[in-house]
Design a binder for this molecule. Structure first.
Ligand code: 5GP
Length: 190
């Protein structure tokens, strides 16, 4: 049985990864998504086990120490990590898996899964990104500034990715990602 393909989507905070992923879920209901563990507090409407597995620092550290995470990173004061078993099982069962994670974690995944497909979602411009982070209205000024400076650093690491997709329009960005997935399935792999 062929193994599935691991797809990783990254992009700066506010670029619209969440929205693009929700649209992808609707278009590709069979695509399997990895649910990350995080120490950040749930936002309004977020559910444990659906959006994230919400953990205390102690619980997260225990997962790290027990090697339960494929990758992890500290991002704007909180830890985020990908549960390893679920990813490995999904691929072994012949299904694709989709990870939406930040750049430091994506680079760790690339070391372990160099055959993975790494997609970077870009904003149409930095001004537009700033507007989108502000527009969310859930973050303090200090967090906005921090997220903007992290975003600029993240965009600098785009060279490590296989594909860059501009999120000018959600539907267009989704179509480009779907095309990448189709192309990767047609690729001759030796
Ligand atoms: P948010 O707090 O806005 O949900 O996510 C903040 C950042 O953490 C986003 O860039 C998101 O892609 C990233 N992230 C979410 N889950 C993971 C994960 O499991 N590992 C890593 N490295 N980053 C993650």
């Amino acid at each position: 049985m062929a193994k599935g393909i691991l797809f990783v989507l990254s992009g700066p905070s506010g670029v619209g990864k969440g929205t693009v992923c929700s649209a992808l879920r609707e278009k590709l209901p069979d695509l399997v998504y990895s649910v990350s563990a995080t120490t950040r507090n749930p936002r309004l409407g977020e559910e444990n086990g659906v959006n994230y597995f919400f953990k205390t620092r102690e619980q997260f550290t225990a997962m790290m120490e027990q090697d339960q995470l494929l990758e992890y990173a500290e991002y704007v004061g909180n830890y985020y990590g990908t549960p390893r078993d679920f990813v490995e099982q999904t691929l072994a069962n012949g299904n694709d898996i989709f990870l939406e994670i930040e750049v430091q974690g994506a680079l760790q995944v690339k070391e372990k899964f160099p055959e993975g497909v790494f997609i970077f979602l870009l904003p149409p411009s930095l001004d537009e990104l700033n507007n989108r982070i502000r527009g969310r209205g859930t973050e303090s000024q200090a967090t906005i500034d921090h997220r903007m400076s992290v975003a600029v650093d993240e965009i600098g690491l785009m060279q490590h990715y296989d594909y860059a997709v501009v999120n000018d329009h959600i539907d267009c960005a989704c179509e480009r990602i779907e095309s990448i997935m189709t192309a990767e399935h047609c690729k001759v792999r030796i």
